[in-house]
Ligand binder design. Structure first.
Ligand SMILES: [Zn+2]
Length: 148
């Protein structure tokens, strides 16, 4: 079975599939173009909502990830040499913020979407985001409370 006869949202091939035209970007910042996709009629609303979120916040997401990773590599990791407490607190804060960003804007790569459908990718990214948010918060708490 190819992706052409599966629902783009749930990745299921059973039941009645409807062909709709959707604005799709290949990459988050990529060129948007109209594409015909298949979707269950009952999943069309959720799929369109997600595409709207992606279209509206794709660049915000990319900039957010770049800024948080940049802060970590350029400032917080070197800071650990000067002050383990504030360096690790900063890293924890960045990791937690990155996790929160992934939960709020669960955008995946086209490869992931092709493998799991949009719904599966959203769940996977939100799951990873929750783990990062928890680990980051724990690191932040540890640095502030346990390190002098
Ligand atoms: Zn579906």
């Amino acid at each position: 079975m190819t992706e052409t006869n599966r629902c783009l949202w749930c990745h299921g091939g059973q039941g009645e599939l409807r062909e709709i035209v959707l604005e799709v970007g290949d990459r988050l910042a990529g060129a948007w173009r109209q594409r015909r996709v298949l979707v269950h009629p009952e999943h069309e609303g959720e799929l369109r909502d997600h595409q709207r979120l992606l279209r509206g916040f794709g660049r915000t997401f990319l900039v957010g990830v770049a800024v948080l990773l940049g802060l970590m590599v350029l400032i917080e990791v070197p800071l650990v040499w000067w002050s383990a407490r504030w360096g690790l607190a900063g890293i924890g804060l960045s990791v937690a913020a990155l996790g929160a960003l992934l939960v709020a804007l669960p955008f995946a790569t086209p490869e992931t979407v092709r493998l799991w459908g949009v719904r599966g990718s959203v769940l996977a990214v939100r799951g990873a985001g929750s783990v990062l948010a928890t680990l980051g918060s724990a690191l932040l708490a540890f640095a502030l409370l346990a390190l002098g």
